[in-house]
Write a protein that binds this ligand. Structure first.
Ligand SMILES: Nc1ncnc2c1ncn2[C@@H]1O[C@H](COP(=O)(O)OP(=O)(O)O)[C@@H](O)[C@H]1O
Ligand SMILES: [Mg+2]
Length: 255
């Protein structure tokens, strides 16, 4: 088991006002799942991702990540878990503008146990994995939007996180580039990466094996997609049985 959240609530305070962004979310995500989170703007998707990514703590409820009760942790312990377990990708890439692709990807390793040479080797390998081996010396403004997001994905992967979290990763990309990035996510998932991704595009969500929908801070539906092999086999069986039943109901010779 990877992610286990129970009755998760998040209340933001803005002056006198309180915003109830999450209102009791239950969610279990296993290793090697590929989940899309959908929902209207303001439904709590980013709040949920920030809690899952240990960037923020819930107001109430439990969040157990790989057996560790993160809701009981202070900021320092949470930062450690984040470093070890989480890779985060944002809509706006969030790269350092003056640093090369390689330096951007090396950044998360500054606080790790690796020395500079080893960190460099790992960063290069992560950039190769996302198809950017020939761009490691480029700065973000020398790269296309899709290439910038690939750098950000390499940076998210460089610590070999147990979960890759992506909040609207294709929100700033055109259709062709969106497809490329989604193909990359599918490839990473096929290699065993657990992925949770927020999107409001059906086509993007369709790459996932499961779609969780949020509304007003609550889960309103949670379904497998046609890409889930177990679900696809179930649907095929159901269709075959329905066809057989229909065939038996027909009189002999009828077509
Ligand atoms: N840092 C914050 N302070 C106060 N309110 C916030 C903050 N972040 C989000 N909210 C509010 O919480 C609700 C959920 O926001 P968010 O999780 O960003 O939704 P989504 O990502 O689905 O658009 C919204 O009403 C939003 O205005
Ligand atoms: Mg959001």
């Amino acid at each position: 088991m990877t992610i286990e959240i129970h009755q998760l609530e998040k209340i933001y305070r803005v002056g006198e006002e309180r915003v109830h962004a999450l209102r009791g979310v239950d969610l279990v995500i296993q290793r090697n799942e590929f989940v899309a989170i959908m929902g209207a703007s303001g439904s709590g998707k980013s709040t949920l991702m920030n809690v899952l990514g240990c960037l923020d703590s819930p107001t109430r409820g439990r969040y157990v990540l790989n057996g560790r009760a993160t809701h009981k942790m202070g900021a320092a312990a949470l930062a450690r878990v984040r470093n070890e377990e989480i890779g985060f990708v944002f809509q706006s890439f969030e790269l350092l503008p003056r640093a090369s692709a390689l330096k951007n990807v090396m950044l998360p390793l500054i606080y790790s146990r690796f020395n500079w040479l080893e960190a460099r080797k790992r960063a290069k390998r992560a950039l190769e994995r996302v198809g950017l081996a020939d761009r490691i010396g480029h700065r973000p403004n020398q790269l296309s939007g899709g290439q910038r997001q690939r750098v950000a994905i390499a940076r998210a992967l460089v610590n070999t996180p147990s979960i890759l979290l992506a909040d609207e990763p294709t929100g700033n990309l055109d259709t062709a580039t969106t497809r490329e990035i989604i193909e990359l996510f599918r490839q990473l998932h096929a290699e065993g990466q657990t992925i949770v991704m927020v999107t409001h595009e059906e086509e993007v969500a369709d790459a996932a094996l499961r779609i969780v929908r949020l509304r007003d801070g609550m889960v309103t539906s949670d379904h497998p997609t046609r890409r889930d092999p177990t679900h696809a086999a179930f649907l095929q069986n159901a269709a075959r049985m329905a066809a057989e039943a229909a065939g038996e109901a027909l009189p002999a010779g009828a077509e």
